[in-house]
Ligand binder design. Structure first.
Ligand SMILES: Cc1cc2nc3c(=O)[nH]c(=O)nc-3n(C[C@H](O)[C@H](O)[C@H](O)COP(=O)(O)OP(=O)(O)OC[C@H]3O[C@@H](n4cnc5c(N)ncnc54)[C@H](O)[C@@H]3O)c2cc1C
Length: 460
């Protein structure tokens, strides 16, 4: 940083603390933030406690490089190098997130704790998992279609079709060996949850386990992309360690009745984040209170379809859907990366398209009301936090809530601390569930995080 060179680290730290940091951040430790949380409560505003520990996009270890440039789509395949230090750091952060959960319980029980999965698992592993998940999705398409475009944007891949037994068997035998007709039929039946004679993408994606892909690819006829993408044994072990960290936080959250939001990050690692989040929602959102909220970035092309898919998934699997909707904070770097890799950008081409996605996704969730024709709690209404500083989007949501008769307790609104206070406090005054995102953490870690999020809101 330029000021570190000119002023030195101590003076820079002091300067940042007294200016930017004190305006946008509640403090350096979970103890510092308690007065801020109590202050919010006086105005009926809830808090979302956000320890700003995250890995930064573009700061992966040097060892991460493409195995084969030609064959690589999306994130480069990593060299699978993991160190003990980053595991210890993740353990330490898990402990900090647990303290944050307790902090919410002690100050604003109706509030949320926010966590970033890139702080709880090595981003190299999250990239590898994401590449593997993208290949599993392509495999679904390849089973039913002769040709697929291997460069197709993961978020845009059509998954709306279903596969019957014959198509499944023929597609499978083209790519894998070592399974008899009877074994393939047994595999198909195990995935066909509703016994309608077809596998849908939802059935496929819950039937294929990341930890089992390694086993599955041993039968690959060609050592292509899926073969390369499969997690090895060490990675499966690290993945399980990461799940344990997340579950340690969520067990405590469930015990204390505190809800947890999982932040959305950049697209090279986001499929893994979504995968883990849905895995956790299946476990922790079965009761009256949905404990885990996923985050959907609507600047991504095709996002309303994905929101609808997860709404359907929650109803089919019997858990309560809870989500934070944002426009998205990594627009510039996402576009740069796509252009460097010669791929279509995953980001909407215009602000208006992002806005249209944002509003469509909100409408889908509002429309997902209680449905008592199915067994409870699967038939429960979906909850959403509209996280935006955009007054028009907030007003439009309220108008839709009125038109559709949506209860106020299903919808919350969130703004970052130090931004759009007029919206937060007005919403609270009129009885809407209104929240401030309250970042805290060491100055050196929080400041880059805040710069990214505040810059993002100036782009629109
Ligand atoms: C409570 C809270 C939690 C948040 N959590 C997350 C999170 O977990 N993950 C995350 O990524 N972000 C998160 N953000 C940041 C968020 O994604 C936005 O970057 C920020 O809120 C600005 O969007 P807006 O709706 O407030 O404002 P607006 O000014 O209406 O929108 C600006 C946004 O529009 C989009 N945009 C701007 N120009 C274009 C263009 N030319 N083409 C396409 N799209 C464009 C970009 O996403 C930009 O950030 C959070 C924000 C809040 C308030």
């Amino acid at each position: 940083m330029y000021s570190v060179k000119v002023l030195g680290p101590r003076l820079t730290h002091l300067l940042l603390r007294k200016t930017f940091f004190e305006h946008f951040c509640a403090g350096e430790s979970s103890q510092d933030i308690l007065p801020k949380m109590r202050e919010l409560q006086k105005y009926n505003v809830g808090g979302i406690l956000d320890y700003a520990a995250e890995a930064k996009d573009g700061e992966l270890p040097e060892t991460v490089k493409p195995i084969d440039e030609e064959e690589t789509v999306g994130a480069p395949l990593s060299s699978r190098s993991y160190d003990y230090e980053s595991e210890a750091l993740c353990d330490a952060r898990a402990q900090i997130f647990r303290v944050a959960v307790r902090g919410v319980k002690d100050t604003i029980p109706d509030g949320f704790a926010a966590i970033k999965l890139s702080g709880l698992g090595n981003p190299v592993l999250l990239e590898r998992m994401s590449t593997c998940l993208a290949e599993v999705c392509r495999l679904y398409k390849r089973l039913a279609h002769e040709d697929i475009n291997p460069n197709e944007n993961y978020y845009m891949i059509d998954r709306s079709f279903k596969i019957d037994l014959e198509t499944f068997k023929t597609g499978w035998l083209k790519m894998f060996e070592g399974k008899s007709e009877d074994e393939l039929k047994a595999m198909f039946d195990a995935m066909d949850d509703n016994h309608d004679g077809y596998i849908s993408y939802l059935e496929w994606s819950s039937g294929v386990k990341l930890s089992e892909i390694n086993e599955m690819v041993r039968g690959c006829k060609h050592q292509g992309r899926l073969f390369q993408a499969a997690l090895n044994e060490e990675e499966v072990k690290l993945y399980r360690n990461m799940l344990k960290r997340v579950q340690g936080i969520l067990d405590l959250a469930q015990e204390l009745g505190v809800r947890v939001m999982i932040d959305a990050e950049w697209t090279d690692i986001q499929p893994a984040i979504d995968h883990i989040t849905i895995f956790m929602q299946r476990i922790y959102n079965k009761g009256e209170l949905p404990i885990v909220f996923n985050t959907y970035q609507t600047y991504l092309k095709g996002m309303p379809t994905r929101v609808q898919r997860d709404l359907d998934r929650s109803r089919r699997e019997g858990w309560r859907f809870g989500a934070k909707l944002v426009r998205g904070a990594y627009m510039v770097s996402e576009r740069q990366k796509a252009s460097q890799r010669g791929l279509e950008s995953p980001i909407c081409e215009t602000y208006e398209e992002t806005e249209e996605n944002f509003h469509q996704a909100i409408d889908c969730i509002l429309a997902h009301g209680e449905d008592k024709t199915e067994a409870s709690p699967g038939g429960a209404a979906a909850e959403v936090l509209v996280a935006s500083h955009n007054r028009h989007s907030v007003e439009r949501t309220i108008q839709k809530m009125t038109e559709m008769g949506v209860a106020q307790d299903r919808v919350g609104f969130g703004q970052l601390m130090g931004m759009a206070d007029h919206l937060t406090y007005t919403l609270a005054r009129y009885g809407y569930r209104s929240y401030k995102y309250v970042p805290y953490g060491p100055v050196d870690e929080v400041v880059p995080y805040l710069i990214r999020r505040t810059q993002a809101s100036e782009t629109g």
